[in-house]
Each structure stands twice: as C-alpha cells, then as structure tokens.
Ligand binder design. Structure first.
Ligand code: TXA
Ligand code: MG
Length: 362
C-alpha cells in the first residue's frame, strides 16, 4: 500500500497513488473507513473533496464540524453509477437525463427533489439534493467501495480557497480527517457547475467548467441565478453556500478590470502607492503582463490563451498570497471564453466584490 509520512505533523493517514494507477487495496480500506462513519479526503477532477457516507447523518455532522461549516449549507452527494441516482431522488426531468448522458461522469452537479433515503443532515434541511458523478477514477472507485453515496464538500476549512493538491488538504484538515488520498494535483481546479433541476427552466447556481452555452446547446434554455450574475452588486444567491464569503485570502483583494494596458498601468500605480505607504503588495496577473510590475510580489496564473491553466492555478496562488503574508492584493480580470464566468465568479467572491474599472477616467 502506498503510504508516506507527510512533511508536516498530521493525524490523518496519507495514501499516495495516481489516477493512472489507483491502489485498489488502499481504496478498499478507505471505503471501509467511510462505511464505518469516518472521513476520507479524496481527489476529484475539480477540487479535493472531504468525504463521508451520505446516508449516515452522523457522518454529515462530522463533515460540518471538520470544516467549521454552518450546518444549513447542504452537501453534494457523489455517486459512481446512474442507478444510484434513482435511489436518492424523486423526480428526474428528461432534460437532466440528457445532460447526464452528455456530461456525466464529469464536473457537473444537478439538484433534484430528494428521496427519503437522504438524511436532512446531508442536505442542510432542504428537501432537494445536489448530486454529482465525478470522472476521476480514484473518486469513482472510492465511492463504489464506500457503498455508492459519498457526500463531499470541498476539503478546505470553511472560508479558505478550495484545495487543488493533497498538501492544501493536509494544511487545512490534516488533523480533522481519518485519511487523505493523495492523487496529485487536480485537473480543473474550480468546483463543479451546479444546475438546479427542481425549477423549470433549470438555473445555474454556480458556474463551472461546463458553462451555460454548453448546457443550452444540449438541452435548450438554462438560466443563470441573478445572485451570480452581477459582479459589482451583492444579490442573495440561491445556493445556500454561495452567500458565505468564500475562497478568501487573508489580505484585501481588489480586481482591476479594463483593457490589458489600462489595467496593468492602474495596478502598477496602486502597487507603487501601497508600497510607499509601507504595505506588502501581491499582484495576480498573466504571463503577458507579468513584466509590467516593478513593485510587489508578482504571481502569474499563466498565458491568457491557456484558460484551463488560469483556472487550475487560481486557488493555489490565493493560498500562496496567504503564506507570503501580503497586506493587499491586486488582480487582473480574467474574462476568458469558456471558463471566464467560473473564474470571475470565484475571483469576485474572493475580492468581496471590490472591482476597480481602469478604463474609467476620473
Ligand atoms: O466540484 C465540486 O462540486 C466539489 C467536489 C469535491 O466535488 N464539491 C464542492 O462542494 O464544491 P461544496 O460543498 O464546497 O459546494 C457545494 C455547493 C454549496 O454552495 C451548497 O450550498 C450548494 O452546493 N448546494 C448543495 N446542495 C444544494 C441544494 N440542495 N440546493 C441548493 N444548493 C445546494
Ligand atoms: Mg466549498
């Protein structure tokens, strides 16, 4: 069994493997831990999840306690077969089945009326349940060995950026879980798209890798919750978890939007003023503009043309900003074609909706 001692002190047992070569015996053991009511953190294609048996109310309570998460914020139930979906839901609209056929397994979560099999503790008291069928092989094997239903929020302490490596999980939850499966860095780096199918037409509650256009193409009209549409205004979102300040670095983050030239000039000016005032400045930018900032600690998310890289690096860099102990952070905006909605949704929340428009003359 692939097991190593982590560098930092941590109570959890660490199991190392790769998605190409999952360790069957270790995953069976981890599945047993889940069946017995324990907590196991594991990789998915989006972010690392903090898993517990979704049908066990006590396991759900443990998840909330480990994360320090309010218990009215429902969990996503992860499955590894379509048959499992029928056991935990009441009505599945035809359009949802079409989306499932196209994008499951994958980074898409759908919300349905829940069946009596799902305890209220798992759904934060709601009569609906969020369901996801992840494509990561380690995740799907673990779910099967656990009995088929694993509730898993992102494996971060509540309020911190979601973990994209096992090291992030160890940092946040190393002493709070029984086992952490280290399957290397995740692929996507942003949480799944969430679509509510308890309403007609369906509504996107959280943008993700599967975007509005892709879903509209597959099933017709899919709306966007007003709570996630506006970048500058705070509108109460429908997914309970979306109302909390999320993905937040410790320093005050401000997004500077506008043309690349104007944004870079404005950030350089702000970084100069803050540095002169004795504050430590962090700058989040792209490869194209990284050379334009003489002051501040500069982190590039990657080339603007490689939007999957930008998404994959965002949370790790927000964590690095924390470790570097910067006082203020300025970030460029990233309105890229496929992932722009998802990237900006996370960035805007991390910034607490603080956005400066560098194109505005004033
Ligand atoms: O990619 C992902 O979805 C990751 C990985 C681990 O699968 N999981 C994840 O879970 O991001 P979490 O708990 O961090 O985010 C779940 C979001 C929360 O905003 C929650 O409020 C919302 O989904 N949610 C869950 N059940 C819901 C329901 N029945 N109705 C409305 N929103 C729901
Ligand atoms: Mg989360």
């Amino acid at each position: 069994m692939g097991q190593t001692k982590p560098d930092v002190q941590c109570r959890a047992r660490i199991m190392q493997m790769t998605e190409a070569e999952p360790d069957e015996a270790a995953l069976q053991e981890a599945g047993r831990i889940l069946q017995e009511g324990g907590l196991v953190a594991f990789p998915t294609e989006t972010v690392y999840g903090l898993g517990g048996n979704a049908l066990d109310p006590e396991a759900s309570r443990k998840i909330y306690a480990a994360k320090g998460r309010p218990s009215d914020n429902p969990l996503i139930v992860h499955i590894a077969s379509l048959d499992a979906l029928e056991q935990i839901t009441e009505e599945i609209p035809a359009a949802a089945m079409q989306l499932a056929a196209k994008y499951w397994p994958g980074p898409l979560t759908m919300i349905f009326r829940k069946s009596a099999a799902v305890p209220a503790e798992t759904t934060g008291g709601l009569d609906s349940v969020a369901v996801r069928f992840p494509s990561n092989r380690i995740a799907s094997m673990l779910i099967r060995y656990a009995g088929g239903y694993v509730s898993a929020p992102s494996a971060n302490t509540s309020g911190r950026p979601s973990p994209t490596t096992a090291a992030h999980v160890i940092e946040d939850l190393g002493d709070a879980v029984d086992c952490i499966i280290d399957g290397g860095p995740v692929d996507i780096g942003l949480e799944s798209t969430i679509v509510d199918f308890t309403v007609e037409p369906p509504v996107i509650l959280r943008p993700g890798y599967i975007n509005q256009e892709m879903m509209t193409e597959a099933i017709g009209t899919v709306e966007m919750d007003p709570g996630i549409q506006s970048e500058t205004e705070v509108v109460r979102p429908k997914a309970p978890g979306m109302k909390y300040r999320h993905y937040a670095p410790k320093a005050e983050l401000t997004i500077v939007s506008g043309t690349p030239e104007n944004a870079a000039a404005k950030i350089a000016e702000l970084a100069h003023d803050e540095t002169a005032a004795g504050r430590k400045v962090g700058i989040i930018c792209s490869d194209e503009s990284a050379g334009m900032y003489p002051e501040g600690i500069v982190w590039s998310l990657g080339a603007r043309s490689e939007e999957t890289q930008i998404a994959a690096h965002l949370y790790g860099i927000l964590r690095e900003c924390d470790s570097a102990g910067v006082d203020v952070i300025y970030s460029e905006a990233f309105r890229t074609p496929q992932l722009g909605d998802a990237i900006m949704n996370r960035l805007v929340k991390a910034a607490g909706h603080r956005i400066i428009d560098a194109d505005e003359k004033g």
